[in-house]
Design a binder for this molecule. Sequence first.
Ligand code: NAD
Length: 437
Amino acid sequence: MATKKEATQPTNAVNSNNAAATNGNQGMFAAVLSRLDMAFSKLNPSYNFQQIIKNPQKQVIVSLPVMMDNGKIEVFQGYRVIHSMALGPSKGGIRYAMDVDMDEVKALAAWMTFKCAIANLPYGGAKGGIQCDPRKLSVGELERLTRAYTSAMADVFGVNKDIPAPDMGTGKREMAWIVDTFSKIRGEDIPGVVTGKPLTLGGSKGREAATGRGVMISCLEAMKKIGMNKKTATCAVQGFGNVGSNAARLIAAQGIKVLGIGDHTAAFYNPKGIDIDAALKYVKENGGILKGFTGGDLVSNEELLLSDVDILVPAAVQNVITEDIAKNMKARLVVEGANGPTVAAADPILYEREITVVPDILANGGGVTVSYFEWVQNKSGHYWSEDEVNAKHDASMSTAFEHVWFNSKQYKTNLRTGAYITALKKLEQAVEYRGNY
Ligand code: NAD
């Protein structure tokens, strides 16, 4: 076992930190490393552990030839990164978006490792993605692409190995195609290879809303700690997909007024409060987008982030809370529904301004928590009621919040570093017990 002193020793080994050092325009994985460095400086874990946790265990890139509707082949790039299996089989969603690349997938995979550790799940972290614009593909093209990806990853995925789930641009439909393709390749029904499935294929009650529900629980826990009153508090939510719409609905159901919502097509602000049920109905009948909604004044995305609210929930894409937004934000509490919505350089600004930030690796852990419940139900063949799922989920999220809060106080740091510390403590132990060769 390495000593703490070794943490300062140089190395010739592959070191992802070099990427951070040379990357002027900080990429997503560099942002992970800079947050890790911050936590390392407080926790001072062993040199050996630092090297292991900074480098993803496995990185896979595949070319996916897909027959398009026009009869021509188009080749897509697919990715899967297994960041760590120290705590168990790796778990992580699959994203369909144009900006998917290896840097982004590495960052998202690392966050999954930390998220699972914080939520106390027996999982490591992974992530996958395909560089594509799902809005521009037909259902048939999406199905062929998803099946091609699953087939290419057949040796990577496995019920006790690597278990995908939905992320941006994917949902239960894609998960159904994955389980069907994987089961056909293996010649047996293997529902537990993926979570976030439709209920009829072994999905779990409560899974679809789980990430938004976890955001709501994190929000309530933070409000209790900082003394913010549910009856008077106001909120804005960026993103109106799976996470954002469920978070907005569940936060509003708590009596907190949601004054602002937005997606990639439009954002709206209403000082009297937005009727979230009306927005949900509108989106359902309007091809999944908010454009044209009339329940508030049209504002820009930036105006939404800077709007006059107590709570801000970024639940769309990464890097939206820039240094400028952090300097000018009116919200006193940020609950990160999206992965990586805050750039690393904004962290100290928010901390100095005493804005509480519940970090992604804690706040959006509700999805993977219920994914774990789904996997357990698939393994046991016994299925739970929605109330059972929600009760277990809420208790698990509240416990995770308490652990992170405790560590942030003990190490005199913000909640983000407190969350990293919570995860690293557990991961260091696991890595130490496993040993190396
Ligand atoms: P989704 O595809 O269902 O919805 C994404 C939403 O973001 C849409 O409303 C879209 O219009 C909006 N959006 C996209 N680009 C935008 C932009 N530039 N500005 C404003 N809005 C924009 O995706 P999702 O599953 O809700 O995921 C959202 C975030 O939450 C991602 O960061 C994802 O990694 C994270 N997350 C998702 C889950 C899950 O269970 N789905 C779990 C944990 C974390």
